[in-house]
Design a protein around this ligand. Structure first.
Ligand code: GLA
Length: 372
């Protein structure tokens, strides 16, 4: 019996191929490499630096909590230690969530980085206003800053080994040195040195960091270095430089990252990579909105995955090269299941910036940073 005519066979073959193309494009990726033993990043990097992750309370349960314990030896509370979260009203501190994260770390033998003590965002409005709603004086603001920092740092003394004391004080604008925040408008640049002084008074053994982003941009980098040098010259107890490292798959390139790490190393202070992630959207597309209607599964293409894998590989090669200066590397969020970059700035766009996929499986990038 003749089952297919020649043209019928061609039609069948054609529709089968379409079907498999559909299956492939739906699946997008071959299976990711599985972890072969119970080792995690903390073990592969034990002779280099602690490897950390920024967490929310939600991450500390179930499969995510297992992954944290398997892979990392340090955590940073993503949001719950920010001023607005911890100190919503002048006479009210809310400790519960931060305490839970610190308790989780202690139960599981993880270090904790405190984040952060003074920032221009996520700061409660009351901080800058008096009871009549008028802006407070420099004297009042510094007194409030001191009270806040003393209370927080004292509470976690001996439990938090490093603090991001001042976050993002440097301006992104070419011709402006320090950011024109309310802190700056009210106190001038003194608030920066004061924040370090208050933190040091409260805990002499915590390592105190200045933390900022844009480190790979030469003009911003120059300003961050200028600030650190200025603080050192004034004997301020700045003891480490936090480089956030929120990157894109096409940025930084090798020379740029190498010179970034070289220039910061020359300051002779410990460096920590504090908020590492790699958005799969290229730099020039950072503000592009044309993917708004794309389905989540079509955005993370092979090409993007490959580029991201290469950048992770390169970054860790350079982190290892500067191991004498780098004392910690922290990822900003755990997995592509959810990160702060999803729908960032209102763009309805899923991102895939981390080393673990939405099923918490290690991605190819993971393999390239554990085998060298
Ligand atoms: C900055 C802050 C972090 C966090 C990220 C976005 O980098 O330092 O605390 O808010 O932005 O999640």
């Amino acid at each position: 019996m003749k089952i297919f005519s020649k043209s019928g066979f061609i039609i069948l073959f054609y529709s089968l191929s379409l079907h498999s193309i559909a299956i492939i494009s739906k699946a997008q990726h071959p299976p990711y490499p599985q972890s072969v033993n119970n080792s995690g990043l903390k073990d592969y990097y034990q002779n280099y630096f602690p490897v950390g992750v920024a967490v929310s309370l939600k991450n500390l349960k179930g499969d995510e909590s297992n992954l944290i314990i398997q892979q990392f030896n340090s955590i940073t509370p993503e949001n719950v230690m920010k001023m607005g979260a911890l100190h919503p009203k002048e006479n009210l501190y809310y400790w519960k969530d931060a305490d839970s994260i610190v308790a989780f770390a202690r139960r599981n033998g993880l270090k904790v980085r405190g984040h952060n003590l003074c920032w221009h965002q996520q700061t409660p409005n009351w901080m800058f206003k008096d009871s009549a709603g008028k802006q407070v004086t420099k004297e009042v603001l510094l007194k409030r800053l001191k009270e806040h920092i003393s209370a927080v740092v004292t509470r976690y003394k001996g439990k938090i080994y490093a603090w991001d004391v001042v976050n993002e004080a440097v301006s992104d604008k070419g011709d402006e040195y320090l950011r024109n925040s309310l802190w700056y408008q009210i106190c001038g640049e003194d608030y920066i040195a004061k924040a370090f002084e208050y933190a040091h008074e409260a805990d002499q053994s915590a390592i105190l960091f200045y933390n900022d982003y844009g480190e790979i941009n030469p003009s911003k980098r120059k300003k961050i270095i200028r600030l650190i040098n200025q603080l050192k010259a004034a004997n301020v107890s700045v003891q480490g430089i936090g480089l956030q490292c929120h990157w894109k798959i096409d940025s930084p390139v090798k020379e740029q990252l190498d010179s970034t790490l070289k220039e910061f190393s020359a300051l002779l202070l410990p460096i920590q990579i504090t908020e590492l992630d790699m958005s799969v959207y290229p730099k020039q597309k950072a503000n592009n909105t044309d993917s708004i209607n794309a389905s989540t599964d079509t955005l993370y293409t092979f090409v993007r995955e490959k580029q991201q894998t290469e950048l992770y590989k390169l970054s860790f090669e350079l982190f290892r090269k500067y191991k004498n200066n780098i004392t910690g590397v922290t990822f900003w969020n755990l997995s592509d299941r959810h990160s702060w970059l999803d729908d960032f700035k209102g763009r309805k766009r899923k991102d895939y910036p981390l080393l673990f996929d939405r099923n918490l499986q290690p991605k190819k990038a993971y393999e390239t940073i554990i085998h060298w």
